[in-house]
Design a protein around this ligand. Structure first.
Ligand SMILES: Nc1ncnc2c1ncn2[C@@H]1O[C@H](COP(=O)(O)OP(=O)(O)OP(=O)(O)O)[C@@H](O)[C@H]1O
Ligand SMILES: [Mg+2]
Length: 409
């Protein structure tokens, strides 16, 4: 190819044809008995030349297009390979009028208990700290009226929807009847569908929910393992094509039928940055960060606040920082010295990232209410379709009351 570097395509064709004539002549001579060989006429060669030139022209155009496609794919691949956490925090490329609306409280219709629906995420990039346990038990506590509202009233059950956004489906397996879950999986009525535009999937929102075990006032929107693939696909689209994939949950949850039906929507997020967890953040009014009170778990709060704050700032999200909830503390009624020290460290982390939350109410970063460690999985996780017993405890009453105050503040 080096000889063809500065030649026009016409010249390249010409040269190839000369070689071709020569080759053809040799082959025909070899294959044809000596007395029968006849040199092709100039007209025949001309005809052949025209046909070949036409073919080559088409091939050239096809090659150009292939090359363009290859370059585009290579760029996308490069973007995907370089994708990291920052992909989720970057500003949107959408024009303001194209961004799905975050419905402000004043425009929401009245929720069943007479207030306005609050959408809340429980999120921590650290795994195993109790996000799902707290979400499940808080849902059960609110649904049973095990909290005090702003007027100090108790025993007013709230209507509440728990949404499982982790493909591992722990919340779903703990809090839905197995039959309901199997049906949801079979009919693909799970949180995987939330990563599509609702106008395209043509599913009634109600069909996505199943009853929450033992709590007649609560529903569950289950997760299935195919959520993992969808999360990755949405990440790739955002990173490779700059196709915005972070606003789906606004389309699904900021709707009058959801606001009219529920006092709360709780998102149980996975311990990873996924399309679903970012979508939850984008649709939420408040975010709570559950953590265990040990040093290693507490260290991850800084990373979490940094990511949350940047996303909030870059995407101009109204979501407020609800606070950090300590789970699995060692004592019943007070914190140990080390736990107190770790609580102070969380406050210092929050001071470091306070600039991301300029409009947040001035209140302690860590909630006063905490949840002690319990032995006996059945007590914490529930069993055999019975309500979650821990949810009825004074600890969850205190936590639900404080969560209520903070989201309504
Ligand atoms: N207060 C508690 N006392 C005792 N065990 C607890 C407590 N809270 C949670 N656990 C247990 O710790 C484990 C992890 O809890 P959970 O699944 O709620 O964490 P998670 O943050 O949702 O985990 P993941 O990051 O995998 O989603 C579970 O086995 C749960 O039963
Ligand atoms: Mg979990």
């Amino acid at each position: 190819m080096s000889t063809s570097k500065n030649l026009s395509s016409q010249e390249i064709v010409g040269r190839q044809l000369e070689d071709f004539y020569e080759l053809r002549r040799k082959i025909v001579k070899i294959l044809t008995p000596r007395n029968e060989y006849e040199e092709p006429s100039v007209a025949e060669y001309r005809e052949l030349l025209d046909a070949l030139q036409e073919n080559l022209g088409e091939m050239e155009a096809a090659t150009r297009e292939l090359l363009q496609r290859y370059n585009r794919s290579e760029n996308r691949l490069k973007n995907v390979l370089e994708a990291n956490r920052s992909i989720w925090t970057r500003p949107t490329g959408l024009a303001a009028e194209k961004i799905p609306v975050f419905c402000p409280l004043v425009r929401r219709p009245t929720a069943p208990s007479g207030g306005k629906t609050r959408i809340v995420s429980f999120i921590n990039l650290k795994g195993g700290v109790g996000k799902t346990t707290l979400t499940a038990n808080l849902v059960a506590a609110f649904a049973a009226g095990n909290f005090r509202d702003l007027d100090g009233r108790s025993n007013r059950p709230a209507r509440i929807l728990a949404v499982d956004l982790d493909f591992q489906g722990t919340l779903s397996q703990r809090c839905a009847r197995p039959n309901d879950l199997q049906n949801a999986y079979k009919n693909r009525l799970t949180s995987t569908r939330l990563l599509d535009n609702p106008s395209k999937v043509k599913i009634e929102f109600e069909d996505l929910t199943v009853p929450f075990l033992g709590s007649p006032n609560a529903d569950l929107l289950p997760a299935y393992e195919d959520l993992d693939d969808k999360d990755v696909r949405r990440l790739n689209e955002l990173s490779s094509r700059y196709q915005e994939t972070r606003f789906f949950h606004r389309l699904w949850f900021h709707r009058p039928d959801v606001f009219e039906k529920y006092d709360f929507v709780f998102f149980d997020c996975p311990p990873r940055l996924t399309a679903s967890s970012v979508c939850a953040l984008v649709a939420s009014d408040s975010v709570f960060i559950p953590t265990a009170p040990e040093s290693f778990d507490v260290n991850s709060i800084a990373r979490m606040l940094n990511w949350f704050g940047k996303t909030r700032q870059n995407l101009r999200l109204p979501v407020q920082f609800g606070g950090v909830v300590l789970n699995r503390t060692n004592n019943e009624n007070d914190l140990t010295t080390i736990e107190e020290k770790n609580k102070t460290r969380i406050k210092l982390f929050y001071d470091d990232f306070r600039a991301f939350f300029p409009d947040s109410p001035d209140r302690p970063a860590v909630l006063d209410a905490f949840i002690p460690r319990r032995t006996g999985g059945n007590y914490i996780n529930g069993v055999d379709g019975k309500p979650l017993p821990y949810a009825a405890s004074p600890h969850f009453h205190r936590l639900a009351t404080e969560v209520y105050r903070r989201v309504y503040q």
